[in-house]
Design a protein around this ligand. Structure first.
Ligand code: ZN
Length: 72
């Protein structure tokens, strides 16, 4: 299984690197440091956007249903 080190983008291999997906213990510790300093909070809005998109789809479906009901 191959992946890229989230810290330095070096290609890593689960069969070779004990700290997979990180290339080294240093990068793994740096990642933990990122979590501790809440740098990863930046990635949270991605989940919010997905929820907003889901709400919009629901609204569109409701708008399409209403005219059909009035014709009946
Ligand atoms: Zn690395």
């Amino acid at each position: 299984m191959k992946h890229k080190c989230p810290i330095c983008k070096v290609e890593t291999d689960s069969a070779v690197h004990a700290d997979f997906p990180f290339c080294s213990e240093r990068c793994r510790e740096r990642d933990l440091g990122n979590w501790a300093s809440e740098k990863y909070v930046v990635s949270d809005p991605i989940f919010d956007e997905e929820e907003i998109t889901g709400d919009k789809r629901k609204t569109i479906l409701l708008d399409l249903d209403e005219p059909n009901d009035s014709k009946h």
